[in-house]
Design a protein around this ligand. Structure first.
Ligand code: HEM
Length: 223
């Protein structure tokens, strides 16, 4: 059963889509959680504690956070593995390479997604070391989420790095959502337009929500 899902192109696409949805739901929740910074220090710091306490009777303090980490890590690994395998299959479907590679939309999108994925993976590694573990943030203090964010984004280069990474996340999601919706069977030109607009609106909302935090700190609206 598991072998059949992993072995087929449709199964791999289903795994990619499912893990993509899991990662997307996490990003929506994370973005909304970050907006608590606009309600003050107490609000965002309490939220971080609440996340660790909420399943305490069942999983112990911080247990839920660890469950989320495991689910996210598995999702990221499966998303990357299936994406790589599907890209390889698509290439093998044409064993003779094109002599000149026309800049068609498909190959442009594939390249963007591949490099976007690599940049996002590098960003998440940096981000965890910056705001969760604190190794890359000299002023980091455990539990002081508000202060850690405010100190971080007062440096223009940190704000800029986050801005660039979040835009890459937005581009990746715009394409991912559009092609997932298309896989569900949108065939008409009108359907195609609706899918594209929906993907752009969704990705833009996510990017603006995320970027409101570094921008507000950098321009002194928060802090
Ligand atoms: C400007 C935007 C962002 C801000 C201000 C931000 C802020 C934070 C903070 C403060 C934490 C630590 C929370 C805590 O310890 O309770 C965190 C964790 C995390 N963030 Fe972000 N984040 C941003 C964007 C992103 C993006 C775009 C992604 C993914 C592509 C991401 C992925 C994560 C992950 C996976 C964790 C959990 C790390 C862990 O606890 O193991 N974040 N973020």
């Amino acid at each position: 059963m598991v072998g059949a899902i992993f072995g087929s192109t449709v199964g791999k696409k289903a795994i990619m889509a499912t893990t993509g949805v899991i990662l997307l739901l996490y990003l929506i929740a994370h973005m909304l959680g970050n907006l608590r910074i606009f309600f003050g220090e107490e609000s965002i710091n309490r939220y971080a504690v609440w996340l660790r306490e909420i399943a305490e009777p069942l999983l112990g303090y911080g247990g839920l956070v660890w469950v989320i980490r495991v689910v996210l890590t598995l999702s990221v690994v499966l998303h990357i593995v299936t994406a790589t395998q599907l890209a390889r299959r698509a290439r093998q479907a044409r064993p003779v390479r094109y002599a000149t590679r026309p800049k068609v939309q498909g190959s442009y999108a594939a390249r963007t997604m591949r490099w976007g994925g690599v940049i996002i993976a590098l960003f998440v590694t940096y981000h965890v070391l910056d705001l969760t573990v604190g190794w890359l943030n000299p002023d980091f203090e455990h539990g002081e989420v508000y202060d850690n964010i405010v100190v971080d984004f007062q440096h223009w280069y940190v704000a800029l790095a986050y801005t660039a990474a979040v835009v890459v996340v937005g581009v990746h999601i715009r394409h991912g959502v559009a092609s997932a919706l298309r896989s569900l069977g949108v065939t008409t030109a009108r359907g195609e337009r609706v899918v594209n607009v929906a993907a752009i609106v969704f990705a833009t909302a996510l990017v603006v929500g995320f970027l409101s935090v570094p921008f507000s700190v950098f321009f002194g609206l928060v802090g």
